[in-house]
Design a binder for this molecule. Structure first.
Ligand code: HAM
Length: 429
C-alpha cells in the first residue's frame, strides 16, 4: 500500500510572500534603491552559499551565529563544508578581495536578499529573513560612519517612521579591548557564582558577550563590570567624538550604550543600532558598525570598512504601523468580452494598450458578464472595457469607469469607437 502523502508546508521560520504582501515588498525595494542611489551606493550580488570557513573566520567562532545558527552541510561531491549565508558582510568582503575591487578606489556597495539563521522563530525572528546590507569599503574617518547613520535616519523619514531611537557605542581597537578583557575576566572570576552555563563557557573565550546576557540573575554583575568605553585611548575617543559631532550637525539624536556589543566579532570603534518599541521583543531594525580588521583577516590588503544591515521583515512590519498598506491595483484596464471573436479582439487590443504603457488583464476563458465584472472589480482596475455583441460588430467598445472617484467627472459607461480606444484610454489612465 502506498503511504498517504503528508501535506507539504513551508519550513518553520521561512515565510511565503503572497501577491498582496509582495507588492508591499516591491514598493519598499524600489524606495530603498532610490535612497541608496542618493548616497552613491551601487548594487552587488553575491552567492547564497559560501564556504563555511568564510563565516567561522569572518563572524567569529564564539558567536551565536557560528556556534548554533548556521545552515551548514557537506557538499556530497567534494566533501567541502558549505553554509547558507547568515549575513552579507563576510561574503561582500570576500567578493571585494577576490575581484580586487579596492585596488584603486574605495567602494560604496549594497546587497539585498535572503539570509539564513537557525534561530527560534517568533514575530520578527525568522530562519529565512531578508536584509538590506550596505557597506562602505576602504573609508577610514568618522565622516563615513556618521554619513551611514544619517542615511538610515533619512530612510525613516522617507518611510514616515518616527518611533526609532539610535544607540551607539565604541568598541575601540584591539589593544584597548585586550586591556579591557583582562579587567573584565578578573571581574567575571570574582562573580563566578552568578554566571550561568553560557556565561561560564564564554568567560574566557568571549567575555564581552557574557555581559550581553538577558539572565536577570546576572544583571547586577553585568552593571558593575568594567566598561570597554573607559579603556578607550585618545584616538578612539577622537573618532567617537567625530561621529557624535556630525550626528549633532545633522540633528540626529543618539544615546551612548556602553553595553552594546553586537553579535558579530568583526567590529571595532563605532557600532550602532536603531531600536524601536513597536516590534515586541525583536526590537532592533538596523545594526552595524566599523570593521577595519575584516578585509585583512579574510586575506585582503588591509583596508578599513564600515556598514550596516536592516532587517526587512521588521522594517515592513514597522512601516505598516506608520503607513497602512494599500493593495495596489492589479492592472489599469480589465477587458471583459463575450464570444470567441471578442476574445481574440481583446487579446489584440490588450497588446496595443500595453505598447503605450497601460497595464491590462484580459479575462481568461469564457464566463458570464457578471462573474467577469466581479473579477474586474476585485482587480481594482480603474477601467473596464467591454467587447461584445452588436456593439463590437459596429466597431465600438464600451468603457466603464470602475473607481468611485472617477464617477464625479465621468459618465459611468460610454461607447468609444475601437479605432479611438487606445488614445481614449491612454488619456484616462
Ligand atoms: P545583525 O545585527 O546580525 O547584523 O543583523 C542586522 C539586522 O537583521 C538586525 O538588526 C535585524 O533587523 C535583522 N535580523 C537579524 N536576525 C534576524 C532574524 N532571525 N529574523 C529577522 N530579522 C533578523 C549583521 O547581519 C551585520 N552583517 C550588519 C553589518 C553590515 N555590519 C556591518 N555591515
Amino acid at each position: 500500500m502506498t503511504q498517504p502523502f503528508s501535506k507539504l508546508t513551508a519550513i518553520r521560520g521561512m515565510n511565503d510572500s503572497l501577491p498582496g504582501a509582495s507588492a508591499r515588498w516591491e514598493q519598499l525595494e524600489a524606495l530603498v534603491r532610490d535612497w541608496l542611489k542618493a548616497y552613491g551606493y551601487r548594487n552587488m550580488r553575491t552567492p547564497v552559499l559560501e564556504h563555511t570557513r568564510l563565516f567561522t573566520r569572518g563572524i567569529g567562532e564564539v558567536t551565536d551565529i557560528v556556534e548554533k545558527e548556521m545552515y551548514s552541510f557537506t557538499d556530497s561531491l567534494n566533501g567541502e563544508s558549505l553554509t547558507m549565508r547568515p549575513e552579507f558582510t563576510a561574503g561582500m568582503v570576500r567578493a571585494a578581495i577576490e575581484h580586487n575591487l579596492l585596488y584603486d578606489r574605495a567602494q560604496r556597495v549594497y546587497n539585498m536578499g535572503p539570509v539564513f539563521r537557525h534561530e527560534r522563530p517568533q514575530r520578527g525572528r525568522y530562519r529565512q529573513f531578508h536584509q538590506i546590507d550596505v557597506e562602505a569599503l576602504g573609508m577610514t574617518g568618522p565622516d563615513i560612519d556618521a554619513e551611514m547613520i544619517i542615511m538610515v535616519a533619512r530612510l525613516w523619514k522617507l518611510l514616515g517612521i518616527t518611533d526609532v531611537r539610535l544607540e551607539i557605542n565604541s568598541l575601540g581597537q584591539a589593544h584597548e579591548r585586550a586591556a579591557h578583557r583582562e579587567a573584565l575576566i578578573a571581574h567575571l572570576e570574582k562573580h563566578k557564582d552568578v554566571l550561568d552555563e553560557d556565561g561560564l563557557r564564554r568567560m574566557y573565550s568571549n567575555p564581552l558577550r557574557v555581559l550581553d546576557t538577558k539572565n536577570p540573575a546576572m544583571q547586577a554583575m553585568a552593571d558593575s563590570a568594567p566598561k570597554l568605553f573607559d579603556f578607550l585611548g585618545d584616538e578612539s575617543r577622537t573618532h567617537y567624538e567625530g561621529v557624535c559631532a556630525r550626528l549633532d550637525d545633522a540633528g540626529v539624536a543618539y544615546t551612548l550604550n556602553t553595553r552594546m556589543v553586537r553579535g558579530l566579532d568583526y567590529y571595532n570603534l563605532t557600532v550602532f543600532e536603531w531600536i524601536t518599541d513597536k516590534l515586541g521583543a525583536q526590537a532592533t531594525v538596523c545594526g552595524g558598525g566599523r570593521y577595519d580588521g575584516l578585509i585583512e583577516l579574510l586575506g585582503g590588503k588591509p583596508a578599513p570598512a564600515v556598514g550596516f544591515a536592516i532587517g526587512m521583515e521588521r522594517l515592513i512590519d514597522l512601516w505598516g504601523q506608520f503607513q497602512p498598506e494599500q493593495t495596489p491595483a492589479e492592472c489599469d484596464v480589465y477587458i471583459v468580452h463575450q464570444g470567441d471573436e471578442a476574445q481574440r479582439r481583446a487579446a489584440v487590443l490588450a497588446e496595443n494598450l500595453r505598447d503605450t504603457g497601460i497595464s491590462v488583464i484580459v479575462h481568461a476563458g469564457a464566463a458570464s458578464f457578471k462573474s467577469q465584472f466581479k473579477r474586474a472589480d476585485a482587480s481594482q482596475a480603474a477601467i473596464a472595457v467591454i467587447l461584445a455583441g452588436d456593439e463590437l460588430l459596429a466597431g465600438v467598445a464600451s468603457v466603464k469607469m470602475l473607481r468611485q472617484s472617477d464617477q464625479a467627472n465621468e459618465s459611468m459607461q460610454q461607447q468609444v469607437p475601437l479605432n479611438d480606444l487606445v488614445a481614449f484610454l491612454k488619456d484616462k489612465v
